[in-house]
Every structure is written in C-alpha cells, then in structure tokens.
Ligand binder design. Structure first.
Ligand code: DQA
Length: 142
C-alpha cells in the first residue's frame, strides 16, 4: 500500500508559523511520527505553495500506484475550484484535513470548495489529523 500526503501553501513553515494555532512541530517531525505509526505502508509526501503544482500532483497520483491521498490545501481550500475539480477527476479516495478547527476561526475559513469532492474530512485535531487521515484511508480497505 502506498499513500500520499499533500500539503499546500505555507505548511512548509509548520512549527514556525503561528505556533499558537498550528503547533510547534515541523512537518518533518509530524511525518516521522505518521510513518512510525503506519510502518506497514509507504507514505510519500509532497508540499507546494503553487496551485497548479498541487493539481499536477493529484493527477500524477490519482489513477494508479497510490491507494489514497490526504490533502491539507491550506488557504486554497477556501478559494480553489480547480483543486476541487482535480479531486473529482481522479479515482483514488481523498481525505481533506485541517490542523485547526476552521469552524471556530474567521468566517471565510468555514467554506471549503474541496469537502464536497472528498471522500471524507478530518478537522481540528492538531497535526494528528495526518495520522487520522492515513488511518481512515487504510480502514476503507478493510
Ligand atoms: C489550515 C486552515 C486554513 O484555513 C489555512 O489557510 C491553512 C491551514 C489548517 O490546517 O488548519 O493554511 O488548512
């Protein structure tokens, strides 16, 4: 089994970016923890600050060789019809995750273009959402 985690804009700064909201761990640390919890599968990781690169990565992994995708599209969640359409276009299950509970924050964060296109969503459990997202994808196979 191979799963892919995609992080969108500004998530490369995890650990340094607004730690009161997003925590003190870098994504390298989060990823090491997720991989150690799911050592029975391969977990690849991709991060980009660019919308088109995220779409290309969904296309490249969405048909074969990948069993599911966990995506935190960052602020593109609230703006990108194009990423939502890419998720609709591919075949593998996609789980939308957010570190913070976007429903307790600014009004503009309450709407996600992606949620309708995704298999499921996991929101607000801190960086544990990546672990929960991979677990949810594995459980789809059971
Ligand atoms: C986020 C929430 C988004 O509103 C924000 O733009 C992010 C991170 C989260 O993980 O909580 O970049 O997706």
């Amino acid at each position: 089994m191979r799963y892919l985690i995609i992080n969108g804009p500004n998530l490369n700064l995890l650990g340094r970016r607004e730690p009161g909201i997003y925590g003190n761990s870098s994504f390298d640390e989060v990823l090491a923890d997720v991989r150690s919890r799911h050592s029975d599968v391969t977990i690849d990781y991709y991060q980009s600050n660019h919308e088109g690169d995220i779409i290309d990565t969904l296309h490249a992994n969405g048909f074969e060789g990948c069993d599911g995708i966990v995506i935190n599209a960052g602020a593109y969640t609230h703006t990108s019809v194009a990423i939502a359409d890419a998720i609709r276009a591919i075949r593998v299950p996609v789980v939308e995750v957010h570190i913070s509970n976007v429903h307790t924050r600014e009004e503009f964060r309450r709407h996600s273009f992606l949620s309708e296109a995704c298999t499921g969503i996991i929101i607000g459990f801190g960086t544990n959402v990546y672990n929960l997202g991979i677990q949810a994808l594995k459980d789809l196979k059971r």
